[in-house]
Design a protein around this ligand. Structure first.
Ligand code: SUG
Length: 454
């Protein structure tokens, strides 16, 4: 009998997921050959951050996202928010990391409102807020990425996330897909449209990749949820399985998120776990059946190092309030691993005490680097939410989507000149604000030579 490695932490017959089926052994063999071939290619992890858009506001649209609910109705600061995001990108460049960027989407989304038989001028306030959301900033939800060493055809595959669970996010994929098709137009990539509704797919926020090194074949972990608690589970197992099939990901694990994590506000798995190369950094209560998951992971990647934060030291509530797991766990050019985490983690005594003790030990994570992304954090988006990781040869990416410090300076100048300083939810119905938002985005697209996205 043939099995996929795990589903629900239990193997299921291949026949149930057809495109894995043809020849598992052949796929494994070819993937090993590919990884040998690819090991001479300069595969690098690039973090593509979503530039925080000029419509950034606190409308409280995300059920199950405690920060979004808590800050609903507050006054946002889009200019400060975007500058925080740019400074995060700059800090990553200074660490020696390769950095990319995605552009904000056209807001208010007139095409989406038109499809609903209305317009920005006529829409009810709730619908208008959904049309104005700047939520595409959270690029971890843009797509799921399977780098070339993991896939059957040796291409890097990207599937744009459908984000169908939340209305304000369900109309992101068109604007995201347009950018993915430009940025990854080279034939080193295969860019796919969204998995069909009703199977919710939230992209890389529920996907982790573990491997010896970025350029080598990895184990891809797809984390899904089951609805039943007070909040929606946004990632459906059928979406995860579909993405794994479409990508030809040869070693995929399907792992169930714990209900208690979702109920505590972990609407995405990247709020309670993060992986990088051979390291999994996770909260003890992130997964429904962690023992089976860890066992299967160790079987597929014996070198894996699991750094588990016990609930007795850091509760789920503290983890979600501080977003310590919503960190960029990155390998620096020195080979050391650093956790680039929100300043909120430093502000929480229990969390910071645990992290200090971890660093004092001899574990694989050697540095803690706090970054200030408070404007995004107030909507439930930490450093990891703001970026999509793509392991590839940077030379194959459209350079308009890559940044250096000079480009960040240009972007900061445009933000200073055009982004609204503040948005109160009551302002959202003001047509003058929509004009400002559209003009600000256009100025950025012009400065970056990306007007085909206009
Ligand atoms: O989908 N917040 C986003 C935050 C996404 C975080 N991403 C990751 N964990 N990868 C969300 O809940 C808030 C919108 C508002 O309330 O206006 C929002 O959409």
């Amino acid at each position: 009998m043939k099995f996929v490695p795990i589903l629900n932490c239990r193997p299921i017959a291949f026949a149930n997921i057809s495109s894995f089926a043809s020849s598992r052994l052949r796929v494994f063999a070819s993937s090993r050959e590919l990884s040998l071939e690819k090991s001479i290619m300069p595969l690098t992890e690039i973090n593509f951050d979503g530039l925080i858009g000029p419509s950034h506001n606190y409308a409280g649209l995300s059920l199950g996202n405690l920060a979004s609910a808590k800050n609903a109705g507050g006054t946002s600061q889009p200019r400060a928010a975007a500058l925080q995001g740019i400074e995060k990108m700059r800090a990553n460049l200074r660490l020696g990391l390769t950095q990319g960027v995605f552009m904000p989407h056209d807001r208010p989304d007139g095409a989406w409102l038109h499809g609903l038989g209305t317009s920005a001028e006529q829409a009810e306030p709730g619908l208008l807020a959904n049309a104005l959301s700047a939520s595409s900033m959270w690029a971890a939800n843009a797509a799921t990425v399977s780098p070339a060493p993991d896939t059957a055809d040796g291409k890097c595959h990207l599937t744009v996330a459908n984000l169908v669970t939340m209305p304000h996010r369900s109309h992101e994929w068109q604007g995201t897909l347009a950018q993915l098709r430009l940025a990854f137009a080279s034939d080193s990539f295969a860019v796919h449209g969204p998995v069909p509704a009703p199977f919710g797919d939230e992209g890389a926020a529920n996907h982790m990749r573990l491997c010896a090194a970025h350029g080598e074949a990895g184990v891809e972990v797809f984390v899904y949820g089951r609805t039943g608690g007070p909040f929606p589970a946004r990632q459906h197992i059928e979406a995860s399985k579909a993405v794994a099939r479409i990508h030809g990901a040869s070693r995929a694990l399907m792992v169930l998120q714990s209900e208690e994590a979702i109920a505590a506000g972990a609407f995405h798995n990247d709020v309670v776990a993060v992986a990088n190369e051979r390291v999994l950094f996770t909260h003890e209560q992130a997964f429904a059946d962690k023992d089976s998951f860890y066992r299967d992971l160790r079987t597929l990647l014996p070198m894996v190092e699991i750094v588990e934060v016990p609930a007795a030291s850091v509760s789920l509530a503290d983890a979600i309030q501080s977003y310590l797991f919503n960190a960029q766990l990155a390998t620096l050019p020195t080979g050391e691993m650093a956790l680039i985490l929100p300043t909120e983690a430093q502000d929480n005594d229990r969390v910071w005490t645990w992290l200090q003790a971890m660093i004092a030990g001899n574990g694989p994570i050697r540095q803690l680097i706090p970054v200030d992304v408070r404007q995004s954090m107030a909507n439930g988006g930490g450093p990891a939410c703001l970026r999509l990781r793509v392991v590839c040869d940077p030379a194959t990416v459209d350079p308009r989507f890559l940044v250096d410090e000079a480009k960040l300076d240009t972007m900061a100048g445009i933000v200073e000149a055009h982004w609204p300083e503040a948005i109160d939810p009551a302002d959202l119905a003001n047509p003058a604000l929509w004009d400002t938002i559209r003009a600000a985005r256009l100025a950025m697209l012009q400065a970056l030579d990306l007007t085909e996205l206009a």
